[in-house]
Ligand binder design. Structure first.
Ligand code: FES
Ligand SMILES: [Fe+2]
Length: 380
């Protein structure tokens, strides 16, 4: 009998992480730092779960596209001539050159190598100088299509053709935030960060407010007390919500709120939601911050924080100032989190480091850990 079911993690360690929340420990350090664990995550987690690639408002017109790399698969996200959003392989069917780069608007995607041309649905429509290639029929050639769903304005993709659809799993999330009308939000600004930590260090930091008393003592803690934060039951679904009520609900009700129609308990509050593994968005009375995560290695990730506002806000005379202020505040908070995550990463990679106890305030981390252990096939 092997005494370990995931690389570098003993059955005893995994059992500690599996305990009920009130008795639970964190994941073992090996879960974060080992390359072989990351390799298993790519196979068992990232290539089988739904990842948000874009917002529909980033591709408003037919022909609009952007390119993205999802776990080693170059992808083309396209607003088709027929209005449908599609995600497809961005690899030429001839000799595998990447077809498009960056983003833009096109009627045809012409491969830069030998000029094979594809339409916005990925259908090959021209292949010059192929006369004499027996039986070659462009009509039978289409770029491989990736499972795609549009959910609340997000264009999601899943590399697993057998994956469960996203929307039913996320129905609890959708209904909880229905009044924010996320589908109507637009990306106003994107901030990009490269960081030298495991992706779970970022996600865990995002999903608990316990640390408001540390890195955010001067910023969030006076407004959203760590001790007041709550994690609603996720009914075993693959997501978590962190609810950060306003310390002073009376004050929170005042002032301009760009998102209309919120209930009182929502209006002044801050929420951090995660659809596992790393589809993260924060919601508040003025809009949304979408944290788009690109894991690159066990110890490396790229994060894009998309500052989003309700669509009508683009008409406001002070739109630029609103967006600038929101972007600056978001960056300021994230710099505080970067400093904390740097400290965690130094510690996690040290040889004497072991699991630690979770606080009940970290229920969302516990929820993610249970899901992760299941997905990774931990048998304990
Ligand atoms: S590799 Fe694309 S046309 Fe040859
Ligand atoms: Fe934080």
């Amino acid at each position: 009998m092997p005494d370990t079911v995931l690389p570098g993690m003993s059955a005893d360690e995994l059992a500690l992480a599996r305990r009920p929340l009130e008795q639970a420990w964190t994941l073992p350090p090996a879960a974060y730092v080992r390359d072989d664990v990351y390799g298993l995550e790519v196979e068992r987690v990232f290539r089988r779960t739904w990842t948000p690639l874009a917002r529909v408002d980033q591709l408003p017109e037919p022909g609009d596209y952007l390119t993205v790399d999802l776990m080693g698969q170059p992808l083309l996200v396209v607003h088709g001539a027929d209005g449908a959003f599609r995600v497809m392989s961005n690899v030429c069917l001839h000799r595998a050159a990447a077809i498009a780069e960056g983003s833009g608007r096109r009627k045809l995607f012409t491969c830069p190598y030998h000029s094979w041309a594809y339409d916005t649905a990925g259908q090959l429509v021209a292949a010059p100088l192929m006369e004499g290639a027996d039986g070659f029929a462009p009509e039978g050639c289409r770029l491989p299509q990736v499972r795609t769903e549009v959910w609340e304005g997000f264009i999601l993709a899943n590399l697993d053709p057998e994956a469960e659809p996203f929307a039913p799993q996320a129905e609890g999330l959708r209904s909880y935030f229905e009044r924010y009308n996320m589908a109507d939000m637009v990306v106003a600004r994107t901030l990009t960060y490269e960081s030298g930590w495991n992706w779970k260090v970022l996600v865990e930091n995002f999903m608990e407010a316990y640390h408001h008393i540390g890195p955010h003592a001067q910023t969030f803690e006076p407004v959203f007390h760590a001790r007041d934060s709550k994690v609603p039951d996720n009914e075993g679904q693959p997501w978590s919500i962190l609810h950060m009520p306003a310390a002073d609900p009376a004050a929170a009700g005042h002032g301009e709120r760009m998102v209309q129609g919120l209930e009182d308990w929502q209006a002044g509050a801050l929420f951090a939601a995660v659809a596992f593994p790393h589809f993260m968005f924060a919601l508040h009375g003025n809009g949304m911050a979408w944290y788009q995560v690109f894991p690159e290695a066990a110890d490396r990730l790229v994060l894009k924080i998309h500052v989003c506002v309700p669509g009508f806000a683009r008409q406001l005379p002070d739109y630029e100032q609103i967006v600038e202020a929101s972007a600056q505040f978001t960056d300021h908070i994230h710099q505080e989190d970067i400093a904390a995550n740097d400290l965690v990463w130094r510690g996690l990679t040290a040889p004497m480091t072991r699991q630690g106890r979770l606080s009940p305030l970290e229920a969302s981390i516990w929820q993610l850990n249970q899901w992760w252990l299941g997905r990774m096939g931990a048998l304990v």
